[in-house]
Write a protein that binds this ligand. Structure first.
Ligand code: GDP
Ligand code: MG
Length: 180
């Protein structure tokens, strides 16, 4: 008879970026289909699991949220350990959070390198795009930024309007699977 090999993947994915950019909102929207304009700050590290059916395979995305440590602009190696992908978020209404993206990416790449010597696949999210598109209206500039800083791609997202979040996650998963 026919034999099928079922494969399961577990991917640890980090969600980082400055305080208030919408990391927790993105995760809640993606995993729990909820949104609220006033979350209480969680302290420490929070996890959420999203299970995807990917062709005939199962992908378990373990999303790591941070809370309270954002102000330091960096995380410990222990937190980054064994991550397979990352999402770096900025807030399109606050340019300083875009400048901080470079710092987050450098922190990540300096503390985590895959066995093959590569950096982990990282996507850039321009969140709160429901609030305006001035910062990202030059797609060419954003593409160049991604090339210069080693992002596999970028997406405008809105946790509020549920825009582009699963698209961004799928894009990241595709990248992780292609390099695994
Ligand atoms: P975190 O500190 O990065 O986890 O950010 P939060 O998820 O706590 O979000 C900070 C604030 O921004 C909250 O008041 C959210 O409701 C709000 N927020 C998050 N995502 C969006 C979005 O896509 N659009 C708008 N307008 N507000 C958002
Ligand atoms: Mg948060």
């Amino acid at each position: 008879g026919m034999r099928r090999i079922w494969k399961e993947h577990l991917y640890k994915v980090l969600v980082i970026g400055d305080l208030g950019v919408g990391k927790t909102s993105i995760i809640r929207r993606y995993v729990h289909q909820t949104y609220s304009s006033n979350y209480r700050d969680t302290i420490g590290v929070d996890f959420a699991l999203k299970v995807l059916n990917w062709d005939s395979e199962t992908v378990r995305l373990q999303l790591w949220d941070i809370a309270g440590q954002e102000r330091f602009g960096n995380m410990t190696r222990v937190y980054y350990r064994e991550a397979m992908g990352a999402i770096i978020v900025f807030d399109v209404t606050r340019p300083a959070t875009f400048e901080a993206v470079i710092k987050w990416k450098e922190d990540l790449d300096s503390k985590l390198i895959l066995a093959n010597g590569q950096n982990i696949a990282t996507v850039l999210l321009a969140n709160k795009c429901d609030q305006g598109r001035e910062m990202t209206n030059s797609g060419i500039k954003m593409e160049q930024f991604c090339k210069d800083h080693g992002f596999v791609g970028w997406f405008e997202t809105s946790a509020k309007d549920n825009f582009n979040i699963s698209e961004a996650a799928n894009f990241l998963v595709k990248h992780i699977m292609s390099t695994e």
